[in-house]
Ligand binder design. Sequence first.
Ligand SMILES: Nc1nc2c(c(=O)[nH]1)N[C@H]1C(S)=C(S)[C@@H](COP(=O)(O)OP(=O)(O)OC[C@H]3O[C@@H](n4cnc5c(=O)[nH]c(N)nc54)[C@H](O)[C@@H]3O)O[C@H]1N2
Ligand SMILES: Nc1nc2c(c(=O)[nH]1)N[C@H]1C(S)=C(S)[C@@H](COP(=O)(O)OP(=O)(O)OC[C@H]3O[C@@H](n4cnc5c(=O)[nH]c(N)nc54)[C@H](O)[C@@H]3O)O[C@H]1N2
Ligand SMILES: [Mo]
Length: 783
Amino acid sequence: MAERDAITDPWGARTPYGPGERWPVRVDGHLADGLTEDDVDRWVPTAAVLHSNGDGMELAVRDGRIVGVRGRADDRVNHGRLDVKDLYGWQAGNSADRLTTPLVRRDGTLRPSTWDEAMTRITDHAKGLLAEQGPSALGFYTSGQLFAEEYYTLAAIAHGGVGTNHLDGNTRLCTATAAAALKTSFGCDGQPASYTDVDHADVIALFGHNMAETQSVLWTRVLDRLAGPNPPALLCVDPRTTEVAKAATVHLAPMPGTNLALMNGLLHEILANDWVDHEFVDRCTVGFADLEAMVADYPPDRVASICGVAEGQLREAAALLGHAERLLCTVLQGFYQSHQASAASVQVNNVVLVRGMLGRPGCGVLQMNGQPTAENTRECGADGDLTGFRNWANDAHVAELADLWNLDVGQIPHYAPPTHLMQLMRYAENGTLRFLWVSATNPAVSLPELSRVRAVLGQDRLFLVVQDAFLTETAALADVVLPAAIWGEKTGTFTNADRTVHLSDKAVDPPGEARADLDIFLDFARRMGFRDKDGAAFPPWQDPESAFEAWKKASAGRPCDYTGLSYELLRARGGVQWPCNEDNPDGTERLYTDGRFFADPDYCESYGRDLITGAPAEPDQYRAENPDGKALIRAAEYLPPHETPGDDFPFALITGRTIYHFHTRTKTGRAPELNDAAPDVWVEMSPSDAAAAGLGEGDLAEVTTPRGAVRARVRIGGIREGVLFLPFHYGYWDTDSGGDKAGRAANELTMTDWDPVSKQPLFKTAAAAVSRVPDEDTRGDVT
Ligand SMILES: Nc1nc2c(c(=O)[nH]1)N[C@H]1C(S)=C(S)[C@@H](COP(=O)(O)OP(=O)(O)OC[C@H]3O[C@@H](n4cnc5c(=O)[nH]c(N)nc54)[C@H](O)[C@@H]3O)O[C@H]1N2
Ligand SMILES: Nc1nc2c(c(=O)[nH]1)N[C@H]1C(S)=C(S)[C@@H](COP(=O)(O)OP(=O)(O)OC[C@H]3O[C@@H](n4cnc5c(=O)[nH]c(N)nc54)[C@H](O)[C@@H]3O)O[C@H]1N2
Ligand SMILES: [Mo]
């Protein structure tokens, strides 16, 4: 195991390799100061939870505490490497300010309570509202950071026990568009490609994906290919000159919010030059003619002017895609958090489809996940969709689930599409939603337009339960706070972006009275007295392994089939890719190798939605268009963003991440190395924009939009002129002072608006102004 200063050297040393070769092993690790591997009592297997990469790792335990980590050399995902956040972030679990008892609000103040008092408050409220208003008064907002067992349990409780349609995950902010794009093109969620495709690809195209900072271990895999013989060419589409852009063969820096026009332009060139695999298109897809007709309107000169990119560069990018023999595409938030998110992401699938780049080594698309366990939120149905990628609009699928749960089919709500989070917030605002249970997410920092979010969550008439490990900005607004055990303190499974399932074993006890989320959900179900048709307690499972066994049954025969997995097998083998079943006992590296899809009308997860309006398609419509269950090529016209720069707000504001922090920093802000690497918010702007505003490096600037203001130090960097970038990590909880720092959360500035198909909010579109804060005005200083 090699230690390095991962703050200054986040990607570590190169281990070059050539196409088709095995990526060499490099084992990274870090132990608390002064300790060596000899001091470690035991190593407990798990995988990384501060991004979606799913890097296999082990926790070092000494005297009942976690004291370090190291990568697993034998894990298929990372071959031993670890991300900088994983090397240091585990320290947060040992932090002195963990929640150790439940808190209940008494006389306006959160005060410690017993579990019994806290749970009784919750169940009294829930029962009262059920009697008074029915199930739709209750909602659940969960995460992409729990375990599959926990999501499956929550989905069963919300849909089967309470009978509410109001269940969503923060995956809505994250990978709802990934799911929507996959459903649209392939009839079902599930990533076609595998990380091993990096080993074979000759062109890798990253669309709105800063892999260097957000999946840094996968990026080292790319860097190692780049350092080896016959390296792949890279295409980067990002308005900023990220590390990915610097390594790229072609970097397109489009104006934010113009992705769909850009994609239509690239497809225009691919079709005009006939870089099309007609045999594949004819055999495996429907809808090609619509695409042809649509992209005819997007010639390079028009697209160049919409997107603000050079025509020649656009052609070069198209030629890279067009000449690729093994093309791997990845998509992430630069596409997902925009106004035509699904429509644009679907065009990346279309590139792959028209080029016949599917099901072979080095080919395919990863509509990336962001959070470590987002895939599970979706497959278990904790994003509101039906468990097991079932189709809420297919009565047979609902009946199947009712059978599985031994419930009356009428008890599972399916009268309308599942309620998405932004709608849940609207119901809470209007007062029809009166009970909201938030687990493992911090909406008071991560949702758009925070002044509104605080007002909605802070209402007296809304009973708010928050289940977290820390007293977050959101927990501070709650009526009841439940202290949760976190990763390392509980057992469960989770699945990364390339469908690799890992088991995470409990390594240490949680602090104080903190409990595993699974135990809390099951305790709620028992206290509510949920029963199945035969009067047995529902859900019938009681611990992680029995929950996993139940989830396996729910997944049987579905695309995300887990039936071939067990805790024992996962302990022995490390990561395994689903589907894993009798037919695929070793798991499945890539989907659709036989040109067959999960898109059959009777099997598909979704009948699709109109890409412009989001209206769900009727079953008959889908059946008529796609009777044989082929892949679907769906075209869409470009529409301008809803808020564009103008006289008062001349900049396009985008937001995103730095390598050193994870989200709202509840963990990374409590790891000294990571906190010190990026202790406070900054605004990135181009040299010419900074000069024009009279701003120099490190000056204090105020960024404003119609919704609010943020103060941030200027970082002059490689970013498109006319664009500002803010990291969204900084809420008002401050690491160093432990106190309040208002006015620095990027989401003070973002707007309440979402993609019509995936309902994912637009974190990467807003019009903003920037000005210098006079030296004498130090209010809200953020040094
Ligand atoms: N270090 C770190 N890693 C993480 C996380 C983290 O918080 N920190 N979070 C994890 C999670 S949950 C997620 S979802 C992923 C997100 O991973 P990414 O999507 O890679 O991260 P972001 O920084 O949100 O956005 C990516 C890029 O989109 C660009 N962009 C902005 N607007 C546009 C646009 O209109 N068009 C295009 N083409 N690009 C645009 C931004 O400049 C940015 O570089 O990261 C995961 N990994
Ligand atoms: N402006 C802007 N906003 C964004 C984004 C952006 O790019 N720009 N990105 C969006 C995206 S992609 C995402 S994913 C979201 C993330 O937004 P959030 O989900 O709000 O961010 P986190 O800080 O990860 O919050 C997770 C919470 O769960 C807690 N937690 C961790 N493990 C456990 C556990 O095992 N059990 C329980 N009960 N709690 C646990 C943590 O302490 C933390 O408080 O932000 C979104 N918001
Ligand atoms: Mo995310």
